[in-house]
Ligand binder design. Structure first.
Ligand SMILES: Cc1cc2nc3c(=O)[nH]c(=O)nc-3n(C[C@H](O)[C@H](O)[C@H](O)COP(=O)(O)OP(=O)(O)OC[C@H]3O[C@@H](n4cnc5c(N)ncnc54)[C@H](O)[C@@H]3O)c2cc1C
Length: 264
């Protein structure tokens, strides 16, 4: 019970380099680290046509158009409007599989384990590699502090006290397990049982355009948890610059993102 917590850690003061550094939501970082590239000469060879228009603002958009044109072998006489009109039509008719050919790689950091637990529920079109709490020593780990907590002195003090206690327990358990002669991996995998949802983590994700659209619609949404909502909004803004012909139909406001082409 809370009342039984040792007194000395209830009012522990946090200084830099001491027990912990609190992260707030705005410390969340999304690094777009990989994008598709396209080999036009190979496409020309396949299409047996030497004057293929170089579609799109990005290789991702071009790849989706080439994929769609392969269905009808319509390379020679593109409709007016270019890649933007072509992909708008794909969204309109819901030919969503065409969007699965464009994939991006992201590294996401400064987010909580509760966020990544929600993120990995997105199965179709996503691949993940996440920081291992079995192999990585978490005694210096940071913790995500929700804005509502950071904005209130009582909540903040309560949170700080709980985190300090947990952190202390993690270190003591890992040390004791080591003393008992267990291998490092065993010590860490056992001691991590006390780490909370707020524990900071990093995750590498590869995801295609169709899966990203589904993610934005579900998570850049007032019904979603605040932290994943913030992540989805951040990623959507990145993608609107990266591939406007695939993601430009979304408008974003406080409620989330909106489009007339849901779940293509
Ligand atoms: C506001 C909110 C609250 C939530 N609350 C909870 C909760 O309380 N508990 C909980 O467990 N989860 C919860 N979730 C998670 C939710 O149930 C989904 O698991 C998550 O949003 C991933 O969505 P998805 O299945 O569409 O995505 P993906 O797994 O990426 O799938 C994309 C699409 O592919 C199709 N698809 C994927 N797999 C299958 C399949 N096996 N069979 C048929 N079609 C498939 C579906 O059309 C699906 O929409 C919540 C999500 C949101 C947004």
């Amino acid at each position: 019970m809370w009342q039984e917590y040792p007194k000395q850690i209830r009012y522990v003061s946090f200084t830099k380099g001491n027990l912990l550094t609190l992260y707030k939501d705005d410390k969340m970082k999304v690094h777009l680290v990989g994008r598709p590239s396209i080999d036009w000469s190979a496409i020309e060879k396949f299409a047996n046509h030497n004057k293929i228009e170089k579609y799109g603002h990005s290789s991702a958009e071009s790849l989706c158009e080439v994929a769609g044109r392969t269905c009808y072998m319509s390379f020679e006489k593109p409709r007016p409007g270019g890649n933007s009109a072509y992909l708008k039509h794909i969204l309109e008719v819901g030919h969503g599989s065409v969007l699965e050919h464009a994939c991006w790689n992201f590294i996401i950091e400064g987010v909580s384990r509760s966020l990544t637990h929600e993120l990995v529920r997105h199965r179709a079109g996503w691949s993940y590699s996440q920081l291992s709490q079995r192999y990585v020593d978490e005694s210096d780990v940071k913790f995500i502090c929700p804005k509502l907590v950071a904005n209130d002195a009582y909540l903040q003090q309560t949170y700080n006290t709980a985190i300090a206690y947990i952190r202390d327990a993690y270190e003591k358990m890992a040390a004791r397990l080591e003393e008992l002669g267990h291998k490092r991996k065993i010590c860490r995998q056992t001691a991590r049982c006390v780490l909370p949802n707020a524990t900071e983590t990093k995750i590498f994700c590869t995801v295609n355009a169709r899966a990203l659209r589904n993610f934005f619609e579900l998570r850049c949404n007032a019904g979603a948890d605040t932290e994943i909502h913030a992540l989805a909004e951040k990623m959507l803004k990145i993608m609107q610059k990266e591939a406007p012909n695939i993601f430009g139909d979304y408008t974003i406001d406080d409620e989330g993102c909106h489009t007339e082409y849901r779940k293509v």
